[in-house]
Write a new protein. Structure first.
Length: 433
């Protein structure tokens, strides 16, 4: 037990240090994330020391239930591929420039338009994809317009990590926790739509109060209209993404696993792209598009999630998760789990937290504890950069575009925004359960 606890602490400490000081290294013209290395080292230590047996690890990784991490990774990576495909074709940038032009010269209108657009896209895609897509666009546009990018960047980040709670596919933590507790797509939405709405509206109100003075400065020009790379392929991508979301919503009724549905649609997208471009004698362009799409998929999550899963397996083996469950159980379960998961996400990152709490929830938590943990895993993302993978990527992009946004500023804005959102969403959850 001692070795498991020590490895968990050191792995999480290494993760935090990497996120704060060296989340990635430059290789050529690009950068490669390295924050996953401490957890991988921790998982290897557990296996090599015999603290967690190889057979135990394999049994956990290949379990037939929904909590199987390989199935969850397949689901999230496949959904990401569907979204990245559209981004590579310029679809999301086209939507952003449309919102920009509709705003005229008003920063206030632009701010609300971008918040609404990011919120809607996050519901049906993923918070990580939205952050990766819109952050470079906002930085470039604000530099050209000579206005502060901070209101738009903070608004985008908050919207992406709040409205991601609405559907189970909005965040890998939603997928993991819902799978761990056997919650279906429709059942999840029936509970989470109201807490998400409460959090989203309260966050928007605070955002406006924080940035209303900066948003009074008028814009001088409008961005040029972004063109789609290939309208036919955009239609194919939208059909696949839309059909996939519908299939996921019906999965519990038609008894078809969500992970398998997502994988099938991702494979179908590749086949349809190849056939469509081959017919038009552009197979080479189609192949390059697919390669670019696959290159941007979150493959780094695979070693990260698997390693954290092994660490949690060792904690479960020695009864640590049961002890945590005993502390969080009883009266006020919703608020206990909500606050605990919110804070834990900012100590060990929300994905490892969700893996850990998945085991804790299995030890006897009610539905309130499950949904409260989902809320904490999403809203914890904007308290500190450590809180979520999206925060790690977002701060890295800001450094790339030379936007001054310190750790202290992140926490200051994060506390002002996340605490009202957390309180309102947990209160709504308590009222409906």
């Amino acid at each position: 037990m001692v070795i498991s606890v020590i490895v968990c602490i050191l792995s999480c400490a290494g993760l935090i240090a990497s996120v704060l000081f060296k989340p990635s290294v430059k290789i050529g013209k690009g950068a490669v994330s390295i924050y996953w290395i401490p957890p991988v080292a921790g998982g290897l230590i557990l296996l090599l020391s015999g603290t967690l047996g190889a057979r135990e690890a394999w049994a956990g990784l290949t379990a037939s239930g929904d909590m199987n991490p390989l199935k969850i990774l397949a689901l999230f990576v496949s959904l990401t591929v569907l979204s990245v495909y559209l981004d590579e074709l310029g679809f999301f940038r086209r939507l952003a420039t449309f919102a920009l032009r509709r705003a005229g010269g008003s920063q206030k209108k632009l701010f609300f338009a971008l918040y609404a657009l990011v919120s809607v896209l996050t519901v049906f895609t993923s918070n990580d994809i939205v952050v990766l897509t819109f952050t470079p666009f906002i930085c470039s546009f604000c530099k050209a317009e000579r206005v502060s990018p901070v209101p738009y960047l903070v608004g985008e980040f908050v919207a992406a990590n709040t409205w991601s709670m609405m559907l189970v596919i909005g965040n890998p933590t939603n997928i993991y926790l819902a799978s761990a507790c056997g919650i279906g797509f429709g059942e999840y939405f029936a509970v989470m739509w109201l807490p998400t709405l409460a959090a989203g509206l309260s966050a928007l109100l605070v955002l406006y109060l924080l940035f209303r003075k900066k948003l009074r400065v008028p814009l001088e020009s409008l961005a040029e209209k972004a063109e789609l790379e290939d309208r036919g392929l955009v239609v194919i991508g939208l059909i696949h993404l839309g059909a996939c979301v519908v299939c996921l919503a019906l999965s519990s009724y038609i008894h078809f696993p969500m992970w398998l549905a997502a994988v099938c649609f991702a494979l179908s997208l590749g086949v349809c792209t190849f056939v469509c471009t081959a017919v038009r004698r552009r197979a080479g362009a189609g192949g390059k598009l697919l390669v670019r799409t696959l290159a941007r998929a979150p493959w780094v999550l695979v070693p990260f999630v698997i390693s954290m899963f092994l660490i949690v397996l060792s904690l479960e083996k020695y009864g640590i998760t049961e002890r945590i469950a005993a502390l969080l159980g009883g009266e006020g379960e919703i608020f206990k789990y909500g606050v605990a998961s919110f804070l834990a996400a900012n100590i060990i990152n929300n994905i490892p937290m969700s893996v850990l709490f998945g085991g804790v929830l299995e030890s006897g938590a009610g539905a309130g504890g499950v949904y409260a943990t989902v809320i904490g895993s999403n809203l914890g993302a904007y308290l500190t950069p450590v809180g979520a993978l999206a925060g790690i990527m977002w701060t890295g992009l800001l450094r790339t575009y030379e936007v001054d946004f310190s750790f202290r500023k992140f926490v200051a804005y994060g506390a002002a925004l996340s605490l009202p959102a957390l309180a309102s969403s947990l209160l709504c959850l308590w009222l409906i359960l």
